[in-house]
Design a protein around this ligand. Structure first.
Ligand code: LMR
Length: 396
């Protein structure tokens, strides 16, 4: 029976890392998968996580199931952090959260619930976006369309984006990256968010805000501001939240689907549906990583340590962007790095062709996505000159 199956090409992001690990190139650089890397090119466990995990391991008395919405206190803590001044909305029963298997699990759950609400709903995703967005929504049977985000020169093309959004059919779903747009690194300004969200309200679109990089674009407080705008303008939205990057809990798979509804009644309905979908998919989410995040967000000391660590990561990413631009100037290749100036967060896209990307990999041991996306944090003082000079040699 199995011979009837078609072969599917391996996932380009996940397999790139495996190929990198097998490469013996002495100067190899991994700029592929979205992991925060420190100055020495590693992704150590965060200090706040080490402390919280110790506490969790010592204080846990059992490993019995939690409900299908996961750990309640984890969900409450996330809501509190994201909604802050609007926290009274929680009391009004309009906000709730479901623990998920990473941010991907939240995207998948949002896709399934949207499919249940209306199988004919159109999904609108930025071009480019994280490839899994398109794949997940298509996988559940929804039609995916794109709104432009990047111009052919590689810069952010807000005008094209807004003009396209104006024409999106009423009642469609729009996916927006809350911060640290993956893969471009271009985020909307406050005024642009207001304009986009006003339009969303006019067209009665349902926004899904992907928050996979909260804290790693402009900082924890700044990155959540889009939530305030949404709360003031629209009646309903989803946030697909990931704790993979900002808590460094990648393989522990912690995330949440946060739901903002019109009223308590809709919240109760959607929660019952999400419970059912979770039961069908995974029964109940894994608790360990959520217990760690919960411990950090519940303790004043650990939360402040977490904020310090995020600030440090953020500062390093910004400094690395500057270092890359400087190195580009020295090698007279600054034009290749033009877009790095305007980007935030882990990612930027270089205007390289797939052939360039392949040459970088095969000849120089430099790994990035075929689209030209680089993980900026993979660069450091030791490898930036090699990286820039390798790119320069391609462009001769
Ligand atoms: C990425 O975009 O590299 C990360 O979000 C990892 C992933 O799952 O694709």
């Amino acid at each position: 029976m199995f011979e009837r199956l078609e072969m599917i090409p391996p996932d380009p992001i996940l397999t790139l890392n495996q190929i990198f690990n097998q490469d013996n190139h002495p100067h190899k650089i991994d700029l592929g998968i979205g992991l925060y890397k420190n100055d020495s090119g590693t992704t150590p466990i965060m200090e706040c996580v080490k402390l919280a995990e110790k506490h969790v391991v010592h204080s846990s008395k059992d490993k019995i199931y939690k409900g299908s919405n996961g750990l309640d206190s984890f969900c409450e803590n996330l809501i509190e952090m994201l909604f802050q001044t609007n926290i009274d909305l929680k009391e009004s029963g309009r906000v709730s959260a479901f623990q998920t298997i990473g941010g991907t699990g939240a995207v998948r759950l949002s896709a399934e619930i949207v499919h249940r609400i209306n199988i004919n709903t159109e999904i609108w995703i930025s071009n480019p976006s994280w490839d899994n967005h398109k794949d997940i929504f298509e996988h559940v049977g929804l039609k995916v369309n794109f709104y432009p985000y990047k111009s052919s020169f590689g810069d952010f093309n807000y005008q094209n984006m807004i003009e396209c959004i104006r024409k999106i059919p009423q009642g469609s779903i729009i996916i927006l990256h809350g911060c640290g747009h993956n893969p471009t690194g271009f985020d909307l300004t406050h005024d642009q968010w207001i304009e986009v969200i006003t339009l969303i309200k006019e067209l009665n679109l349902l926004p899904i805000i992907d928050m996979a990089y909260h804290g790693l674009a402009k900082g924890i407080a700044e990155d959540r501001k889009v939530i305030d705008i949404l709360v003031n303008f629209v009646d309903e939205f989803f946030v697909t939240y990931s704790c993979s990057k900002n808590f460094g809990l990648y393989r522990d798979r912690v995330g949440a689907l946060i739901i903002f509804c019109k009223d308590r009644k809709s919240t109760a309905k959607i929660k019952s549906q999400l419970s059912r979908l979770t039961r069908l998919n995974i029964s109940t989410p894994a608790a360990h990583g959520a217990l760690i995040v919960n411990q950090i967000l519940s303790s004043k000391e650990l939360k402040s340590l977490w904020e310090d660590e995020i600030t440090h990561m953020n500062t390093r990413i910004k400094a690395t962007r500057c270092m890359l631009i400087e190195a580009g100037k020295k090698h007279n290749t600054q034009y290749i790095f033009d877009n790095i100036y305007n980007g935030v967060g882990l990612f930027s896209m270089l205007e390289l062709t797939p052939v360039d990307v392949e040459l970088l990999r095969n000849e120089f041991g430099i790994y990035l996505l075929e689209s030209g996306r680089i993980n900026v944090s993979g660069l450091n003082h030791d490898n930036v000159t090699y990286f820039v000079s390798s790119i320069k040699s391609l462009k001769k």
